[in-house]
Design a protein around this ligand. Sequence first.
Ligand code: HH2
Length: 392
Amino acid sequence: MRVTALAGDVPAALASALAARGLDRLHAEALAAGGAPVALVLEPLDEPETRALMRGATRAGLDCHTGEGWAVVAGTLARLGGLARPDPAAPLPERLSLALGRFLHERQEAPRAWRTARRSIPLDRSCVVGIVNVTPDSFSDGGRHLAPADALAGAARMREAGARVLDVGGESTRPGAARPDEDEELRRVVPVVRALAAEVGLPVSVDTRRSRVAEAALEAGAEIVNDVSGLAADPRMAEVVRSSGAGVVVMHMRGEPQTMDGLAVYRDVACDVAAELAERRDRALAAGIAPEQVVLDPGLGFAKGPADNLALLDRLGGIVALGHPVMVGPSRKRFLGAVTGRPVDRRDAATAAACVAARMRGARLFRVHDVAAACEALAVADAVLGADGEGT
Ligand code: HH2
């Protein structure tokens, strides 16, 4: 007898093995989807909830580890579905069954498009977002696109290279950067947004933490707000996004760019960041923003040490499971310098590699300076993931 391991973390491998042995393709895919491995942390739990979960998980054939106020449940998606199904003989406490139901619902949705104020951007393949920093002091490209004509020329090159979105920012958020005042940020951003929206023909995103800047940029033709504070810095921002119907990137950060480096202390970085992002997302939805408008971003380099960024790339699945498209912005960042020893102006190959790593873990959008390098690398990743007509 021969024992051949399948690539157990790729449901496509299971579907292929079953289909190759005569199962109908759709049936094989449904079984494979149910066989996907899942592990989740539930906390805080009270005593009766912990006991009920232990009983239910064991009955459903799941592994369950518990401690003071928490439980980790692991197994397959199908078995987790069994645990969440109402069982009159052993009902789960309501809070628990609601939380499990929500998790399963979000995990099922594979968003393949992003709704902005002006269109829907298809995400069945990687979407590269070109960075247009209109700043004198950004860490890698400061001063290059300050004049609208330079920004236009740079953006046109990015479009030719395959960018599908342009992200315009007027504030450097590198650690410790001084913040421009609001009028200065408006003066930098608005003319460039207006020129790009009118002449380049790609969706324009505005990278800002200020609602007035977002509003002015949206009026000038932008259709996405990229807020590195996750809508936390300005209390009006959520309303600006809601009322305009703009796409929004909700990014994870702690503190402010000036203070964030001291806040990179995590119990378990991937789990902590996913939980904190879920809270920010919930606040956005509670403010009336539609789920289809929301993209989530782990905020590489924002209140994270080099090892944290690498762990987040490897364990991006916890954020993907929240049911929104995921963006990453590894471009030329310090952690890539720490891995490769390269200075900031020679990190584009490392950036492309980080994008591919993130793509393999489920990210769909990639914010980069060197669009050509990222597009080429991601075309290969897309082709690999599409090999079974499936992908992640
Ligand atoms: N990173 C930077 C700025 N904005 N937005 C998102 N969504 N994700 C990111 O990772 C991200 C971001 C920082 O990079 P950069 O714009 O190149 O530098 P600076 O802030 O110095 O302008």
